[in-house]
Design a protein around this ligand. Structure first.
Ligand SMILES: *[C@@H]1O[C@H](CO)[C@@H](O)[C@H](O)[C@H]1NC(C)=O
Ligand SMILES: *[C@@H]1O[C@H](CO)[C@@H](O)[C@H](O)[C@H]1NC(C)=O
Ligand SMILES: *[C@@H]1O[C@H](CO)[C@@H](O)[C@H](O)[C@H]1NC(C)=O
Ligand SMILES: *[C@@H]1O[C@H](CO)[C@@H](O)[C@H](O)[C@H]1NC(C)=O
Ligand SMILES: *[C@@H]1O[C@H](CO)[C@@H](O)[C@H](O)[C@H]1NC(C)=O
Ligand SMILES: CC(=O)N[C@H]1CO[C@H](CO)[C@@H](O)[C@@H]1O
Length: 367
């Protein structure tokens, strides 16, 4: 900038005027060009009322399904749920949360009380033995079409799946196109070109990450049909899911899965197969979008003084090193980031929840 100023100061006043005009014309063109970029970011205000999703015109009542397991190697995913859920509310999706694992373990988490009393977010606790808890918490989101939701609405439900550690920032990324039947929205559809796989007579199946896949509730159900030997009611059980997986993919829910191993992404391979089948049998239209600009967790994230997250399409929250994430230093960074999404009252609530969770995690470690 100082270079430009010095440059402008050269010459007599008339010449200076010409230079200045040129400078502003160039600046103006850059601005116009930027505006016509197809994926420029519209900055949304913070969530005003944490109890209701920000309304945006849609044919549908939009839901997003999130989950965590009480038996995960880290409590971070469960901890993040309220933050992520509210970020979805901010862009007009009502969160539904599946808490998978042990009732007793969940009862000890400040999370339950916070979801129920402060945020009024619908959650379902699904009890299952600890060996299958992680894989079920991943898989359960694909069965969201079978649950019944009692919101007071006459619209169809449009249901998205996502992860607890992914914070959506811009609405346009998830905007639903209205002119297709059997429409599937797949954001981040280009993530993994080298992960294509085959199953039965389906070859080169495109691999979709579970964040973010959305479709109407009816289509979510239809993906699983026909089921010959299994029946699925709205009272979903682990046995129904087991049966369905066996019938469709000839596998069981993996036990004691470890992140990064072969069985870790069974949910993503399952949904990818179901989408490939649906494309063949129902002529579904898959709206494939890139993930846009993502702020990834890394050293800079936790030590940075970046002062706005609004320039990104989404944020991958750090999910390793529990002690670092629960530290006061990290909370200062996260709090600063979240304060662009939520208003002051909501931040007060989240702050209280944060300290309660940290206290509860450390107390349980001692005992
Ligand atoms: C449902 O919504 C309609 C229209 O917004 C409203 O008139 C009605 O009172 C609501 N019903 C309940 C049970 O909240
Ligand atoms: C659907 O709408 C989009 C933009 O809104 C348009 O680009 C596309 O051509 C339309 N497709 C059909 C099948 O009408
Ligand atoms: C759902 O299943 C559970 C466990 O099998 C059972 O205890 C409960 O009564 C069922 N609920 C309904 C509404 O059928
Ligand atoms: C249904 O179950 C029977 C007996 O377990 C089995 O022989 C058959 O192959 C199954 N059918 C399908 C479509 O999975
Ligand atoms: C972190 O901050 C909280 C609240 O300000 C304070 O009570 C606590 O002692 C701090 N913890 C450490 C380890 O400094
Ligand atoms: C969490 C947070 O930012 N709280 C602030 C809300 O506003 C009051 C008064 O303006 C501040 O004192 C809090 O620190």
């Amino acid at each position: 900038m100082s270079f430009i100023c010095q440059f402008i100061q050269l010459g007599r006043p008339q010449i200076r005027f010409v230079w200045l005009s040129l400078f502003f014309i160039v600046l103006g063109s850059v601005f116009v060009l930027y505006q016509t970029q197809p994926f420029y970011i519209t900055i949304l205000p913070p969530l005003i009322n944490h109890l209701y999703p920000t309304d945006f015109p849609s044919l549908y009542k939009n839901l997003v399904l999130l989950s965590c397991s009480s038996d995960s190697y880290t409590s971070i995913y469960c901890y993040y749920l309220p933050f992520t859920a509210l970020a979805w509310r901010r862009i007009g999706f009502e969160p539904i949360i599946f808490l998978v694992g042990s009732n007793e373990k969940f009862a000890k988490m400040p999370l339950i009380n916070f979801l129920k009393n402060d945020l009024k977010i619908e959650y379902h606790i699904i009890n299952v033995d600890s060996s299958r808890s992680i894989s079920l918490s991943q898989m359960i989101r694909l069965f969201g079409g079978f649950f019944s939701y009692d919101f007071n609405t006459t619209k169809d439900y449009f249901i998205m799946t996502s992860d607890a550690d992914l914070l959506p920032i811009t609405r346009s990324r998830y905007e639903i196109v209205r002119n297709h039947t059997n429409y599937i929205l797949a954001v981040n559809a280009y993530c993994c070109p080298s992960d294509k796989f085959s199953y039965g007579d389906f070859h080169n199946i495109r691999y979709y990450p579970i964040s973010y896949i959305g479709m109407e509730q009816g289509l979510w159900k239809k993906l699983f049909l026909p089921l010959n030997n299994c029946s699925i009611s709205s009272n979903i059980t682990v046995d129904m899911i087991e049966c369905c997986l066996k019938e469709k993919m000839k596998v069981s829910l993996p036990k004691n899965v470890i992140k990064g191993t072969k069985q870790w992404d069974i949910d993503q391979r399952f949904i990818s197969l179901l989408i490939a089948q649906a494309e063949r049998f129902y002529g579904t239209y898959v709206d494939k979008r890139s993930r846009g600009s993502r702020l990834d967790p890394n050293k800079e994230f936790l030590s940075s003084d970046f002062n706005s997250i609004l320039g990104y399409h989404d944020v991958h929250l750090p999910n390793q090193h529990e002690n670092i994430i629960y530290s006061n230093r990290t909370w200062l960074v996260l709090k600063n980031a979240f304060s662009y999404l939520f208003n002051n009252d909501t931040m007060e609530l989240l702050s209280r929840y944060h300290y309660q969770t940290v206290a509860s995690v450390f107390t349980q470690r001692k005992s």
